[in-house]
Design a protein around this ligand. Structure first.
Ligand code: PEP
Length: 257
């Protein structure tokens, strides 16, 4: 495990309404309250409609659990029906915003250019982006997974200054491993995450590369998380399906026990 604080984040996708969100976060808080979890950062990424409820609970009970959004508009305000802006998310005191999740790229045709604009919107409003990158199955089968992923990293970070990039989180999520139960081998995940860190060093500096946290995502469960987290360039997990079960997510967060 690296010296960077691991970030274990649950991407709820389009699941759990705001009442279910309250119960879920309370369960997480209760289950994690008996230990000192300073060494691991825990975050939840609920649907937009849950964020206000989660904020209220986290602030009222002074929970250490962080929260954030699954997407953001590139625009600050205006005639963009259905969009949610950076100022709105910042007002809810979101810490994190997922950008470029493969489901956004696939179902909403998000391009690298849009992902880059969204990363800028996250930074503009003082939040931390979790930039999602990763290859489809055919790209891996062609052996182009590293170059494909690094191209997404470079495009996503276009014109982002070094002063901002240091607190960035990158989630390496091979598309073929998301929600499929097919987890990427720990060595294979490490190969790409090390290459991502090398790319950050090339774009910025080794110092920035050493700060950036790189998560693995794709069918992470309590049974495979320890092996993944043992890799030197993997600093956390982005957990989809398994984060909807509070007990299982707690087991994942406690991977080091
Ligand atoms: C995700 O949604 O980012 C994800 C990794 O999903 P899952 O854990 O279900 O594969």
């Amino acid at each position: 495990m690296s010296t960077r604080t691991p970030l274990m984040a649950g991407n709820w996708k389009m699941n759990l309404n705001h009442l279910e969100a309250l119960t879920h976060v309370q369960k997480l808080a209760f289950a994690l309250a008996d230990k000192d979890y300073e060494a691991v950062e825990v975050a939840v990424l609920p649907p937009f409609t849950d964020l206000r409820s989660v904020q209220t609970l986290v602030e009222a009970d002074e929970l250490k659990i962080k929260y954030g959004a699954q997407d953001i508009s590139r625009h600050d305000s205006g005639a963009y029906t259905g969009e949610v802006s950076g100022p709105m998310l910042a007002k809810l005191r979101c810490t994190y915003v997922l950008v470029g999740h493969s489901e956004r790229r696939q179902y909403h045709n998000e391009t690298d250019e849009l992902v880059n604009a969204k990363i800028k919107a996250v930074y503009k409003h003082g939040m931390t982006p979790i930039l999602c990158v990763g290859e489809e199955l055919e790209v891996r089968e062609e052996g182009n997974h590293v170059s494909h992923t690094l191209a997404q990293v470079e495009a996503g970070l276009k014109d982002i200054p070094a002063g901002q990039a240091g607190n960035l989180v990158i989630a390496y999520e091979p598309v073929w491993a998301i929600g499929t139960g097919k987890v990427c081998g720990a060595d294979d995940a490490q190969e790409v995450c090390a290459a991502i860190r090398g790319k950050i060093a090339e774009l910025y500096s080794q110092e920035v590369a050493d700060q950036v946290r790189i998560q693995y995502g794709g069918s992470v469960k309590s049974g495979n998380v320890a092996e993944i987290m043992a890799q030197p360039d993997i600093d956390g997990a982005l957990v989809g399906g398994a984060s909807l079960d509070a007990d299982e997510f707690v087991r994942i967060v406690r991977f080091h026990e």
